[in-house]
Design a protein. Structure first.
Length: 167
């Protein structure tokens, strides 16, 4: 299929920063993985993510939440993390009616002592699907090159493809 219709995102995730690369265009993006919420009749209503959420800090009735901030794990609050990624992915993806849902390669880069558990790996995969990914890969190891990402080659000598598990 023509590259025009491909959408591949490489996300490097830390509790305080999400770095994204849209592989086909070369566009990069870095934002704090924050979600601004307003409390309305007992519900938390998402308003904005990233720098747009930061701009709302201090306003009455606004709470800033980070679904990736916890002392033991990178995935702290599934609902907040999912909505944050939904909003941030919209900012990096090119606007087009013909674009397919993205393939997302997630590269967690913090809180990895002892490796990710199967529960964390599955949680990240479900999180990304819920945020709009068509296909999900979870990578642990050295940073991937743009060529690796374009060919979806995950060099075993430089890391481990955690998801999907090889058959």
């Amino acid at each position: 299929m023509n590259k025009l219709f491909h959408n591949t995102l490489y996300l490097r995730l830390q509790p305080d920063q999400l770095h994204a690369l849209h592989v086909e265009s070369g566009r990069t993006f870095a934002e704090a993985p924050l979600l601004a919420l307003r409390h309305d009749k007992g519900r938390r209503v998402p308003l904005a993510a990233g720098s747009e959420a930061l701009a709302l800090r201090g306003q009455e009735g606004i709470e800033l939440a980070n679904g990736f901030e916890h002392p033991r794990t990178l995935l702290a609050d599934f609902g907040v993390a999912e909505k944050t990624l939904q909003l941030l992915l919209r900012k990096i993806l090119p606007a087009s009616l013909l674009q397919r849902a993205p393939t997302v390669i997630l590269h967690p880069q913090a809180l990895l002592e002892g490796g990710l558990t199967q529960l964390e790996i599955r949680g990240f995969a479900e999180l990304l699907r819920g945020a709009g990914a068509r296909q999900v890969f979870i990578w642990s190891g050295a940073e991937l090159s743009r060529t690796d990402l374009q060919t979806q080659r995950f060099p075993a000598e430089r890391g481990t493809l955690l998801y999907p598990e090889p058959h």
